[in-house]
Design a protein around this ligand. Structure first.
Ligand SMILES: NC(=O)c1ccc[n+]([C@@H]2O[C@H](COP(=O)([O-])OP(=O)(O)OC[C@H]3O[C@@H](n4cnc5c(N)ncnc54)[C@H](O)[C@@H]3O)[C@@H](O)[C@H]2O)c1
Length: 253
């Protein structure tokens, strides 16, 4: 059975790299027009070039998801480009924290919460009116396995991803009867720049990361993209308010 998509337009934040880029490419591969958004202009334009080179349609809009006016402008730009919005993948996130809880700073806390939590909230705040006006749509927010349990030395990040799941579930229930589905994807360790930054200093950590997953390896960006497309597709019409772990079995232990 193949996945079925009745929507025509997707928005991907954090689309310049990693999970966001792979998911933008996957949407485009289904014939869906993609608005790629990020603070990284070169990377975002690179994703658009990859989509266009493969025969798809995409446009880049720069947006810092932690800023209200920029997020509102992103939705306006999406409507201006393609006239509608069917699927939103609110994926932009940061992970700058490095120490135990008592070593964290107020600046780290505000930065992580600003992007990972306020960013997702602002995106949904401005996406939902568009989806309501159209009679429905699907939103997927990027949480993490760190949103499902403890993440030692990443307590602020973990709190931010728990909050993403809280926003996801509440929005799902609020808008379920309006045909807006809202789900979260919860990756374990995935091979992206974020992972490489975290493990660059100590190659042994890479082996440790692989061993954390019962399947014996870290995940691939395409494996998250596949889960996001499933959560958006028509076949998932009965799935909302769910936090889907895509984690090589990590949370089953
Ligand atoms: N890689 C992992 O192991 C992993 C695991 C679980 C969850 N995640 C989550 O997946 C998402 C994507 O991460 P990734 O691994 O692809 O990382 P990445 O660093 O490769 O990509 C993140 C993208 O978000 C963009 N971004 C950062 N701040 C932004 C802002 N304020 N506004 C707009 N864009 C911004 C970055 O420029 C970058 O292009 C994040 O939410 C991350 O927390 C990643």
């Amino acid at each position: 059975m193949s996945l079925s998509f009745s929507g025509q337009v997707a928005l991907v934040t954090g689309g310049a790299a990693g999970i966001g880029r792979a998911t933008a490419l996957a949407f485009a591969n289904e014939g869906i027009k993609v608005v790629v958004s990020d603070v990284d202009v070169a990377g975002g334009e690179g994703t658009v070039e990859l989509i266009c080179a493969a025969g798809g349609q995409a446009t880049f809009v720069r947006c810092d998801v932690s800023r209200d006016a920029e997020v509102k402008a992103l939705m306006d730009a999406t409507l201006a480009a393609y006239g509608r919005l069917d699927y939103a993948f609110n994926n932009a996130g940061i992970e700058i924290e490095k120490g135990k809880l008592a070593d964290g700073s107020e600046a780290e806390f505000d930065a992580i919460m600003g992007v990972n939590v306020k960013g997702v909230w602002l995106c949904m705040k401005y996406q939902i009116p568009l989806l309501l006006a159209q009679g429905g749509g699907a939103i997927v927010n990027t949480a993490s396995v760190a949103g499902l349990g403890a993440a030692p030395k990443m307590s602020i990040y973990s709190a931010s991803k728990h909050a993403v799941i809280g926003l996801t579930k509440s929005a799902a229930v609020e808008y379920a009867k309006k045909k807006i589905r809202v789900n979260a994807v919860c990756p374990a360790v995935i091979d992206t720049d974020m992972f490489r930054r975290a493990y660059a200093a100590d190659p042994k950590k890479g082996e440790f990361a692989a061993a954390m997953h019962p399947v014996g390896r870290i995940g691939k960006v395409e494996e998250i993209a596949t889960a996001v497309l499933y959560l958006c597709c028509d076949n998932a019409a009965f799935t909302t308010g769910h936090a889907l772990a895509v984690d090589g079995g990590a949370t089953a232990i």
